[in-house]
Every structure is written in C-alpha cells, then in structure tokens.
Design a protein around this ligand. Sequence first.
Ligand SMILES: CC(C)(COP(=O)(O)OP(=O)(O)OC[C@H]1O[C@@H](n2cnc3c(N)ncnc32)[C@H](O)[C@@H]1OP(=O)(O)O)[C@@H](O)C(=O)NCCC(=O)NCCS
Length: 187
Amino acid sequence: MNDVRPARLEDARAIARIEVETWRSTYAGMLPDRVLLNMSERRQTASWSSFLRHRPDDVMVATSGNAIIGFGNCGTQRDSTIRFAGEIYTLYLSPDRQGEGSGRALLNCLFQRLVQTGHATALAWVVKANPARFFYERLGGQQIMHRPIPVGGQPVDAVAYGWRNLTDALAKTAQSGDGMTGEPPIH
Ligand SMILES: CC(C)(COP(=O)(O)OP(=O)(O)OC[C@H]1O[C@@H](n2cnc3c(N)ncnc32)[C@H](O)[C@@H]1OP(=O)(O)O)[C@@H](O)C(=O)NCCC(=O)NCCS
C-alpha cells in the first residue's frame, strides 16, 4: 500500500535517484539536453542530504512498502516580491508509480506542513510545456503568473499555480477515489 511520511536523512539517495530519473523522463525536449545529461545522482544525494540535515520536516516521501516511490518539499516563498507565503519546491513520482494517487497525498501533506508553519497561501512553479500542470489545476491551483526561468543558461517558460487558501485546498487534496487518504504524517 502506498503511504506518505516525513523524509529521513538516509532517504537522500533514493530521493536523488528518483529526481534524476524523473527529470530525464519528464523534461526530455523541454529542458536543454546538456542539463539532463549532466545531472548526477551523487551530487543530488549530497544536496538532499544537506537539505534534510537542515530542514527534515519540509521533505515528504511517498512509499510503497519499504520502497520510496516519490518525494516533495516545501517552505517559505523564495521570491519576496510574490505575495504567496509558501512554496511547493518539488513534487516528483517515479515514472512507473505515477497515477496511483501518491502525488495528491504528497501535496496534501506538504500543504499541511505549510499550514502548520504559518503559511496561509502557497504557489508552485511548473514548466509550461509540462502536462503535470493539469495535475495542479485538478487540485485547485489557479494560474497566477507566467515567467521565463533560466535553466542551464536558457530561458524556459514557466507557469505559477497558486492556492489562496491552503485550509480550503487541504479539503480538496484530501479527497481521493483510490484509497490514498492524505492523512497527516505522524511526527
Ligand atoms: C505530476 C505528478 C506529481 C502527479 O502525481 P500522481 O501521483 O501521478 O497524480 P495522482 O495520481 O495523485 O493524481 C491526482 C489527480 O490528478 C490527476 N492528474 C494527475 N496527473 C495529471 C495530468 N498530467 N493531467 C491531468 N490530470 C492529472 C489525476 O487524474 C487525479 O485526478 P482524480 O482527482 O480524478 O483522481 C506526477 O505525475 C509526476 O511526478 N509527474 C512527473 C514529474 C513532474 O512533472 N512533476 C511536477 C513538477 S512541477
């Protein structure tokens, strides 16, 4: 059965592996090949280990038995000019584990984390050409702005989806037709 829990330091490697695999499968043709080819599980493991050491409660993993099948992280909005308090930084499911309800459950837990840490609103950036943006629309996100984001020195069109009331959004993301509950993780 799929579940969601806060990440632990020892999950860094599995998170990095899914990140590299999912970036390559999702962004082929959307982001420069050079960026995808140069990604390294070793570097990403180091980066996630550092994030987890400093902010363990801001990372959630989706699991199936003992295996990690997806992850997401969140925190305070990185761009102080944007009037949304929180941000979903990443949300990725292993390519062979997408469409099982884990994305919804992860997003729900990240929203709960943001609410617990005093963020009433949130936003997520998505590459405009990525069909994953319809997932955010399905879960109540509204298009807030468009902006080119530099990736590997090239501008890539991105769309920001916003939730103006995370408490309301939690009710939406908790609804699931496939047995995933999106219940709060136990700390
Ligand atoms: C986008 C992603 C996180 C969604 O997670 P998921 O586990 O596959 O999605 P879920 O099974 O939880 O889907 C929840 C709902 O969204 C819908 N949905 C999911 N992906 C969708 C898509 N690409 N287009 C339209 N609807 C979508 C599902 O049909 C489901 O609808 P329902 O309410 O009728 O049941 C996942 O597919 C993924 O990791 N994709 C590739 C990486 C990526 O692009 N990540 C986002 C980067 S910003």
